[in-house]
Design a protein around this ligand. Structure first.
Ligand SMILES: [Fe+2]
Ligand SMILES: [Fe+2]
Length: 301
């Protein structure tokens, strides 16, 4: 029995109807683009002639940490593909979406790696060693059922979009910013897709969907967590303001909760109310941490 078959059929029917609409809409708005057009190939020099030298990388350490972390996440696509297949099922309507999504995500790793290697922004040996490690470690989220997966990927796609966008802005590198903006556009469409499935589930089974959102918010971590050098890089990325609690709260959690009108939902049963309180609790805790960080920063200034 798949994870999907555990769900009541009314919810499934509703979701599959929305899935069809959302897939059609995605295919009508997603634009094809070509990674090779974003790479300054004329900058390329054989590594046998000129070895890599980190001192000559034009990226600041925090930006380098961000692109390496983002690329490792994109590299781990086979594991995410497997998890989506498990959580959503391998049946036709889901599979059409998952395979399309996989094809789009594959571009992100291609374009990022080509850019970083040709421009010598990052050590290609480290990139390859870490890719091997990340893919062999994989990613398992068997505790996430369909609704939890939908909640998680909504937050995660938006988080990835914001992270790519902020990395590009901070990079001071026009070519990198252009390609990260292009990737961020894809991530935004992915977020919109999952966000609308969550909205559909909220219409039919608010208690189950709100509970799934609450659990995922309480346990949220980016998909690259646990990978090579994650903690050190995440700290550098937070310090630079590319992705920290404030960004997570204001640019990721807030817009999604607002879109789903979580605080305005009415006629909720006790389970749904309890889940909503947990969601409000996560936001309050994040607000406390953000305020504390601001106080500490002010005291240091
Ligand atoms: Fe991506
Ligand atoms: Fe994505």
């Amino acid at each position: 029995m798949t994870a999907v078959e555990h769900r009541p059929s009314l919810l499934l029917e509703h979701l599959e109807a929305r899935l069809a609409t959302a897939t059609d809409r995605h295919l009508s708005v997603a634009r094809d683009w070509y990674p090779h057009e974003y790479i300054p190939w004329s900058e390329g020099v054989d590594f046998g002639d000129v070895p890599y030298d980190e001192a000559r990388s034009r990226l600041a350490p925090a930006v380098r940490a961000a692109v390496q972390l983002n690329l490792l996440t994109e590299d781990n696509l086979p594991a995410y593909h497997r998890e989506l297949n498990r959580a959503f099922s391998d049946d036709e309507p889901w599979r059409v979406w998952i395979d399309r999504w996989t094809a789009e995500e594959g571009r992100h790793a291609i374009v990022l790696r080509d850019y970083l290697v040709v421009t010598r922004c990052v050590d290609p040996v480290v990139l390859e060693q870490e890719r091997m490690l990340a893919v062999q470690t994989g990613y398992r989220a068997t505790e996430k059922d369909m609704l939890r997966t939908m909640a998680y990927v909504s937050f995660q796609e938006l988080a990835t979009r914001i992270s790519h966008r902020n990395t590009g802005r901070l990079s001071g590198d026009e070519g990198l910013e252009k390609l990260l903006t292009r990737i961020a556009t894809d991530e935004n469409l992915h977020m919109v897709f999952y966000r609308d499935l969550v909205a559909a589930a909220l219409e039919v089974d608010p208690a189950a969907m709100l509970t799934a959102i609450a659990v995922e918010l309480e346990n949220f971590s980016m998909p690259g967590a646990g990978g090579p050098q994650f903690r050190r890089r995440a700290a550098a990325i937070a310090k630079a303001g590319i992705y920290d609690n404030k960004v997570h709260r204001e640019d990721v959690i807030e817009p999604l909760l607002r879109y789903w009108r979580i605080l305005e939902l009415t006629d909720l049963d006790a389970v749904a109310e309890q889940a909503r309180e947990r969601i409000v609790g996560v936001c309050a805790e994040l607000d406390r941490r953000i305020a504390r960080s601001a106080e500490l920063a002010a005291a240091r200034a």
